[in-house]
Design a protein around this ligand. Structure first.
Ligand code: NAP
Length: 244
């Protein structure tokens, strides 16, 4: 069945791959992004070229008034989303002794507050429809921790606890809430890492390589599907065996 899917940060990296995967399943995709109009236009054009339906919606999902406007625009154009992928995220790494409050607040707001704002906006329509899929991006850092990422790891652990709690609130209405926790995936976010870090990660994974955005997107696509109807409150780790 074709649904309206909203992918936050759907223009680049993992979000881009999710937008493409959901469109190829026949869903109408609302591609959210924050700044880069060119990247958002490119993914929408790619979806349209393959016969799908999509539109780009610019909004900073860490800001309540922009999330309100985003949902109003998506609803006006396509209808209420039955699928929400909370993918927008960022890093501002640094050891705690040097981590300033701004870096803490920005990462918490973009990675965690956005999940609260968007999920709250989305469940109104899902409760009424008595069907919904919410999949949020966690990280292995939010499960095992990572030096230099106290802010990022805390935000992603928060996403996991939020999702488990929400899954219990809305499960009786056939709404599932899950988390996909990637390891190291080749995107702009990880391109800033030094070659030494990349080599260490590569040799620590069972599969001896970093992951591709499409490999995370397929896990998200499954959790967003009809077939995943009895899976909720779960964290699916997609890390090539890194965290083992
Ligand atoms: P990315 O390549 O840096 O892309 C980030 C996307 O999020 C872009 O589309 C960006 O839009 C959008 N975005 C950023 N801030 C936003 C905001 N405030 N409001 C709306 N959109 C915003 O990131 P990625 O590597 O694909 O990561 C995607 C998600 O997976 C994140 O939640 C990340 O924490 C998680 N993750 C990634 C990895 C990895 O190895 N890559 C590992 C674990 C978890 P603009 O281009 O317009 O700014």
């Amino acid at each position: 069945m074709s649904r309206v899917a909203l992918v936050t940060g759907g223009s680049r990296g993992i979000g881009r791959a999710v937008s493409m995967a959901l469109a190829s399943e026949g869903h109408t995709v609302a591609v959210n992004y924050a700044r880069r109009d060119d990247a958002a236009a490119e993914v929408v054009e790619s979806i349209l070229a393959e016969g799908g339906t999509a539109h780009a919606f610019r909004a900073d999902v860490s800001r309540p008034e922009e999330v309100k406007r985003l949902f109003a625009q998506v609803e006006e154009r396509f209808g209420r989303p039955g699928i929400l992928i909370n993918n927008a995220g960022t890093t501002e790494d640094g050891l705690l002794a040097r981590l300033d409050e701004g870096a803490w607040d920005r990462v918490m707001n973009i990675n965690l507050k956005s999940v609260y704002l968007c999920s709250k906006a989305a469940i109104r329509g899902m409760l009424r429809a008595r069907w919904g899929r919410i999949v949020s991006l966690g990280s292995v850092a939010g499960v095992s921790g990572n030096p230099g990422q106290t802010n990022y790891a805390a935000s992603k652990a928060g996403v996991i606890a939020f999702s488990m709690s929400l899954s219990k609130e809305v499960g009786s209405r056939a709404i599932t809430v899950n988390v996909v926790a990637p390891g190291f995936i080749e995107t702009d976010l990880t391109s800033r890492l030094g070659s030494e870090v990349v080599e260490r990660v590569r040799s620590s994974t069972s599969l001896r390589r970093l992951g591709r955005p499409e490999e995370v997107a397929s896990a998200i696509g499954f959790l967003a599907s009809e077939e995943a109807s009895y899976i909720t409150g779960q964290v699916l780790v997609v890390d090539g065996g890194l965290a083992l």
